[in-house]
Design a protein around this ligand. Structure first.
Ligand SMILES: N[C@@H](CCC(=O)N[C@@H](CS)C(=O)NCC(=O)O)C(=O)O
Length: 215
């Protein structure tokens, strides 16, 4: 049995953040597939026994059960002494960008992509335009930051980078963003992240069938 278990599914960018962390730490881990699209995380039993928040990812390790990718990755970073902060100021900076990601990037890009290609009914264009505007504003912030320094929070890769990268490596038609053309600093940062030992794109990292909604 593997030392770490990550409850996840291939479409989950939030789970990808922790899967990527486990891979970068060369952890002995296994994926426990969540049948998200048949409602597993909405069932009372799953909420009672796995995560009361009804969300992926969930990490199991040595009797601990952790949720929230930011918390999971902070735990893994301390455990493996990788991709973390080296002092209090750095820790705050890593936390600051992780919260920015959860609120402004992944917290919007996840639903935007879900409406775009995964939801069975076509999305309302007004909703998509609103979310796209929010995302362009958030990516503009990241673009400026990555023009100042090579990685999001510090001058070296940290778990804040993994957080901000949760969704950007999904196929372009799922995201509707052309990072190379519109966000060159983000695109160059993505190339740097691909150099991390253990890096793989999300659909190769986690179990699950790739699909697009048939409308
Ligand atoms: N802030 C959380 C977000 C987790 C999250 O929203 N996960 C999605 C899958 S990518 C989910 O399970 N959503 C279920 C729901 O919102 O009901 C994290 O970083 O772990």
């Amino acid at each position: 049995m593997a030392e770490f278990k990550l409850h996840c599914f291939a479409q989950s960018g939030n789970a990808y953040k922790s899967a990527l962390m486990l891979a970068c730490c060369e952890a002995d881990w296994e994926a426990v597939w969540i049948d998200f699209f048949n409602g597993q995380t909405r069932k009372a039993e799953w909420r009672d026994t796995v995560n009361e928040m009804g969300e992926a990812p969930v990490l199991e390790h040595g009797g601990k059960k952790l949720t929230q990718s930011g918390v999971i990755n902070a735990y893994l970073s301390k455990h493996f002494k990788k991709l973390g902060a080296e002092n209090d100021d750095e820790e705050l900076e890593v936390l600051r960008w992780t919260l920015f990601d959860n609120h402004k990037l992944s917290g919007v890009l996840g639903p935007y992509r879900f409406l775009n290609v995964l939801m069975p009914t076509a999305p309302d264009p007004a909703v998509m335009n609103f979310l796209k505007g929010r995302l362009d504003a958030a990516f503009a912030v990241l673009e400026v930051q990555l023009g100042r320094q090579p990685f999001v929070a510090l001058d070296r890769p940290t778990i804040a980078d993994l957080s901000c990268a949760g969704y950007v490596f999904y196929p372009a038609d799922e995201l509707n963003f052309d990072f190379k053309a519109d966000y060159p600093n983000i695109s160059a940062w993505m190339d740097r992240l691909k150099e991390l030992p253990g890096w793989k794109p999300p659909y190769e990292m986690m179990p699950g069938e790739i699909f697009r909604a048939q409308r």
